[in-house]
Design a protein around this ligand. Structure first.
Ligand SMILES: [Zn+2]
Ligand SMILES: [Zn+2]
Length: 239
């Protein structure tokens, strides 16, 4: 892992910009393909009656989202090189702790910011774009207002600035984030109904959990877990 991060660190500015754009493009293509495959494999378990129509405007927004995500990655690299962000290479117990810490911080931060962007005065400017998708299609995860993409990036960078996190924990978190985003916007529920009743699965933000938020804006503001919705009484009655 250290070799990989050494390679990141030693890139020139131009090659890091190119790497950031290409890697974020690759992640988006993988997520969109994953969404489409999930939709195809579990087509009998659709959450919505019909999928969201694919329109040119949304494709432009998705490209913008990918470029802004690359911008966040470039900003993170500069902050790291300038000594503002410290990345560590500890042993496994600390890696597990850092992964849980980052997940907890981002889960809580995303719940709070999601509640804030649903405030009527802010909703139209920042979050309405994402909610134009009342059902899903494979690019729904990337149909976001630029302010929202920058907001998520700033939250992630704030975690990296606040905590000296493990390199592995950061990569594990980023992988879980794209997996959750893909599952949450697949428009199908791949987990069997019996699993959904398991007390542990009920603490997790599943595909249908986020789909219900798109269908009814009053509930399910969490992303990775349902914990904050339980705490603040915003959990949909069907969870
Ligand atoms: Zn929302
Ligand atoms: Zn969504």
């Amino acid at each position: 892992m250290k070799t990989l991060y050494d390679w990141f660190y030693l890139q020139s500015r131009a090659s890091w910009v190119l790497f950031s754009v290409l890697s974020n493009l690759g992640i988006a293509v993988a997520s969109i393909t994953g969404c489409w495959l999930l939709g195809y494999c579990f087509r009998k378990r659709t959450v919505f009656a019909a999928s969201q129509p694919l329109i040119a405007h949304d494709i432009y927004l998705a490209f913008g989202c990918v470029l802004l995500n690359a911008g966040v990655s470039i900003a993170g690299w500069f902050l790291w090189k300038a000594g503002w962000i410290h990345i560590t290479f500890p042993s496994w117990p600390r890696i597990v702790f850092d992964t849980l810490l980052l997940l907890f911080y981002m889960d809580a931060g995303m719940y709070v910011t999601h509640r804030v962007v649903h405030h009527p005065g802010i909703f139209k400017i920042v979050h309405r774009t994402h909610h134009t998708h009342e059902s899903m299609n494979p690019i729904s995860l990337f149909v976001l207002n630029p302010f929202e993409v920058i907001g998520f990036g700033a939250l992630l960078l704030s975690a990296l600035l606040l905590f000296h996190l493990s390199a592995v924990a950061i990569l594990v978190y980023l992988s879980l984030n794209i997996l959750w985003g893909t599952l949450g916007h697949a428009g199908v529920e791949p987990f069997p109904v019996t699993w959904m009743r398991h007390p542990l699965i009920q603490q997790v933000g599943t595909s249908s959990f986020h789909a219900r938020h798109h269908a009814d804006l009053r509930y399910n503001f969490g992303f990775y877990t349902t914990i904050w919705d339980r705490v603040f009484g915003t959990l949909h009655r069907e969870e």
